[in-house]
Design a protein around this ligand. Sequence first.
Ligand code: SAM
Length: 212
Amino acid sequence: MSRMASASAAVQLSQRLAQSGIRNPEVLQVIAQTPRELFIDGALTHKAYENTALPIGSGQTISQPYIVARMTELLMEHQPKLVLEIGTGSGYQAAILAQMVPQLCTVERIKSLQIQARQRLKRLDLHNIAFKYGDGWQGWANRAPFDAIIVTAAAAEVPVALLQQLAEDGVLIIPVGDDSQQLLKIQRQGAQYISTVIEAVKFVPLINGDLA
Ligand code: SAM
């Protein structure tokens, strides 16, 4: 796809997301200017601007653009300065966030995906991202507290470390469940955590344990 064709496809994707209910103009603008095809392997690049999740290798997926936009929109309601993403994957969600917040930290447990994502984000000149190869269940303790944490894989239960690493008024956006998953927004207010169910979702599992 030529650079012009991909730019216009990204704009059309953004317009479709607006029709699907995404309201934040900054989120829509950033989606319209981000080349999703760079985050997808060669054979599937013709599907890059479809509103679907796609395989990225190692049994993982790049999330559906609608859910990337929705989670970003939820997070941006809180105007976070320091954000932690669990599940770097292809790097696409990180690319969207890094254009909207001052500092992003992102954790991935599959080394090959992390290396590829890092190269892609560097090519896009996004330099406000810190990468960690590690187990996202543990968060990133020595970078905490975070104004917002976004988890891009479904956890069997909410990891306690992530709750502990939220700032006093921080927000955690996380899919929870196995076969039936719900996207939760958990807002910390001092010692209290207030949870809101956003919508049903379908994510790959957040693995608790060994690295790959
Ligand atoms: N944000 C990604 C993107 O934009 O492509 C979505 C990636 S995919 C839906 C979920 C990712 O979470 C996978 O890359 C997977 O390896 C990663 N993951 C699963 N369990 C993890 C864990 N415990 N720690 C860190 N990453 C994990």
